[in-house]
Design a protein around this ligand. Structure first.
Ligand code: CP
Ligand code: NVA
Length: 304
């Protein structure tokens, strides 16, 4: 059956759990040298209109690791740059590839490609969502802290794409989520409203980073200026200055809290060098887990 991963809402909690369980198994299998062949004869098309290190490389390595092949297309490589309609792109690419992994600006681009594609379309980040990131981040949380539904997860900073996907995760998984965002930088209102209406635990929005981290098991931080917001750096630097994750903020949190950053990090802005390099920070484990999660996603969506 054709399934797209446009946002976490495309799957049930049980299916999302299956991604996480399978990624943990695949991580173990890699450690003990199991060879995989699930994607032999399959080709994955990566269509990236924004830069990427982790997501691109981990999807490529994941595909090769399962025996498949990859074609990478940046924005300047396709006729999309010359305004070829998305519905035509979708119906051409789906004749060639077995899945399209798409990183772009508007969520509507992913939605339209998915609407016309006969192969799975996987959202590798839009301005609105970063679902693959949150799947692998939940895997990291579970590895480090145990069952996620028992935890209190904090978000400090911009109510951006990654924050929106955390809200969707909280809606399904029933962990407590407390977001500290400066006024004017809240998560998407519809996503927040829906999350709050459906979640079994509170999803709280506050203005104080200290309040957000006070009882947190997990502290999440991301850049203050996301891709596509270039030119807003000065305004954002001023708005977010009090939201830096630094030693003084961590002193307000339980000593057992872990710090997560999806990377890339801007040391001295949203996080200090000291915190990023500290034992509490699991950013590089998060980065590794993207590869295991992307294997699980590809296997469950396109392996025969
Ligand atoms: N975390 C993440 O998506 O990183 P990249 O932008 O390098 O892919
Ligand atoms: N919020 C960031 C995430 C980068 C992985 C961005 O969209 O640029």
């Amino acid at each position: 059956m054709l399934r797209h991963l446009r946002s976490l809402q495309d799957f049930t909690k049980e299916e999302l759990n299956r991604f996480i369980e399978r990624a943990i198994e695949l991580k173990h299998e890699r450690q003990v040298g199991v060879q995989h062949h699930q994607l032999v004869g399959k080709t994955v098309g990566l269509i990236f209109e924004k830069p990427s290190t982790r997501t691109r490389v981990s999807f490529e390595v994941a595909t090769y690791g399962l025996g498949g092949q990859v074609i990478f297309l940046s924005s300047k490589d396709t006729q999309l740059a010359r305004s070829e309609p998305l519905k035509d792109m979708a119906r051409v690419m789906d004749r060639y590839v077995d899945a399209m992994v798409v990183r772009t600006f508007g969520q509507e681009v992913v939605d339209e490609l998915a609407h016309y594609s006969s192969v799975p379309v996987i959202n590798a980040l839009t301005n609105l969502h970063h679902p693959c990131q949150i799947l692998s981040d939940m895997m990291t949380v579970i590895e480090k802290k145990g069952p996620i539904e028992n935890l209190k997860i904090a978000w400090v900073g911009d109510g951006n794409n990654v924050a929106n996907s955390w809200i969707q995760a909280a809606e399904f998984f029933g962990f407590e989520l407390i977001l500290a965002c400066p006024e004017g930088y809240d998560p998407h209102p519809d996503i927040l409203h829906k999350g709050r209406s459906n979640a079994s635990k509170p999803i709280v929005l506050v203005r104080s980073p200290q309040q957000a981290v006070a009882e947190a098991d997990v502290i999440n931080v991301d850049v203050w200026t996301s891709m596509g917001q270039e030119g807003q750096e000065d305004t954002r630097l001023a708005a977010f200055r009090a939201f830096q994750v630094n030693s003084a903020l961590l002193a307000k949190a339980p000593a057992s809290a872990i710090v997560m950053h999806c990377l890339p990090a801007h040391r001295g802005e949203e996080i200090t060098e000291k915190v990023l390099e500290s034992k509490q920070c699991v950013a590089f484990d998060q980065a590794e887990n993207k590869m295991h999660m992307h294997k699980a996603i590809l296997e469950l969506l396109i392996a025969t």
